[in-house]
Ligand binder design. Structure first.
Ligand code: PMP
Ligand code: GLN
Length: 368
């Protein structure tokens, strides 16, 4: 879809990446790191400064203690962390539960491990995408090995509540499952909605592989710097796979992200506030343009239903959208195991300058 935007000159509200840079002092740190020699292979688990900063950050925000010497692993973005965790911890034939729609790398990582993805569908309930606890319980079998939990959730914008996380935590303990949590949008929550890491629930730290990344927190998606926090045994397993995927992650970004985690808390707070305004701006515009709009509590995506505009197939709609309105969006059905369940949903990103959102909205109003 980004290629389609480039070809057609359409405004790209598809792929999730910001159109403004991260904190200037952190960018300067990356330049400085390159200039001062951080240009050779860092240690396999990552630059110690970053592992330390990640550990401090987990302690400060979530009161979770991870030892930087054995319980933190730096990866090439969250994507590598997810792939390495699934490959390390699943045997062929194991089942992995993931909430559908899900970030597209999950299905591919699970397939690479010759495991089987079992989708539990999030459906709109009073304007918010949620799962049915009974459906989740019914998805667990004797082959279930892992639950992949993404909150704040791409592409629906749902932030799981403590009650929802408790259902997941109880199942994990009852059936001895590992939880892999994708928390890349941990700081992008709105209206005061708290992000609660699953590992903070009783009995969960020891069975949770907690994953995050600098890309969304600091608007540097191109840096591909992520990390895993988990008990040492689990981290060792993940690192054993990571060693032969990439061995180690790029050095300069690690030094700079360590700086960001330690010094850019105010910048992150300002990003969150600005994204909340952008969410409201885009939601108001999409509503005025005739879409049904679901209010996200987190991430930088808005989910819409296109049926009020007289369309039924999101794939066909988004393929035609550059020509119909000069805008690119993502058909949500690509995030489903069973695309028909999400056929009429379309995702728009709002991590864009206000004038870009306004222009996109003006164009989308031509649809009705
Ligand atoms: N998980 C989710 C839910 C995402 O939206 C993204 C960003 N595309 C990722 C993982 C990947 O993060 P990274 O760029 O750090 O690999
Ligand atoms: N997470 C972003 C999205 O869902 C981009 C990642 C990607 O394009 N693979 O749009």
């Amino acid at each position: 879809m980004s290629a389609l935007a480039t070809q057609t000159g359409a405004i790209n509200l598809g792929q999730g990446f910001p159109d403004t840079d991260g904190p200037a002092a952190m960018l300067d740190r990356a330049v400085h790191a390159i200039r001062s020699g951080a240009n050779q292979y860092p240690p396999g688990p990552g630059v110690m400064e970053l592992r330390q900063a990640v550990s401090e950050h987990r302690a400060e925000h979530y009161a979770l203690a991870y030892d930087p010497a054995g319980e933190v692993l730096v990866t090439v973005g969250a994507t590598e962390a997810i792939a390495a965790a699934v490959l390390a911890l699943c045997e062929p034939g194991d089942e992995v539960i993931a909430f559908e729609p899900y970030y597209d790398s999950y299905a591919a990582s699970i397939a690479l491990a010759q495991a089987r993805l079992v989708g539990v569908t999030l459906r709109p309930v009073e304007g918010r995408f949620a799962f049915d606890p009974d459906e989740l319980r019914a998805a667990v079998t004797s082959r279930t090995r892992m639950i992949l939990v993404n909150s704040p959730h791409n592409p629906t914008g749902t932030v799981f509540t403590r009650a929802e996380l408790t259902v997941i935590a109880e199942l994990c303990q009852e059936h001895d499952l590992i939880a892999v949590t994708d928390e890349v949008y941990e700081h992008l929550t709105f209206d005061g909605a708290p992000h609660i890491p699953l590992a903070t629930l009783p009995g969960m730290r020891e069975r949770t592989v907690m994953i995050s990344s600098a890309g969304k927190t600091f608007s540097v998606t191109g840096w591909k710097t992520g990390w895993v926090c988990a008990p040492a045994e689990l981290v060792t397993a993940v690192q054993t796979v990571k060693q032969f995927l990439t061995f180690t992650a790029s050095a300069p970004w690690q030094v700079a992200v360590a700086f960001g985690l330690r010094h850019e808390g105010e910048w992150i707070a300002a990003l969150r506030a600005s994204l909340q305004d952008k969410r409201d701006r885009l939601m108001d515009g999409l509503t005025a343009a005739g879409f049904e709009v679901f209010k996200p509590a987190g991430t930088y995506f808005v989910q819409t239903d296109i049926r009020p505009l007289g369309f039924t197939d999101g794939l066909e709609f988004t393929r035609r959208l550059p020509e119909l309105a000069g805008v690119v969006a993502i058909p949500t059905q690509v995030f489903y195991d069973r695309p028909e369940r999400g056929g009429h949903f379309v995702r728009f990103a709002f991590c864009k300058k206000d004038e870009v959102i306004d222009e996109a909205v003006a164009r989308l109003k031509r649809l009705s």
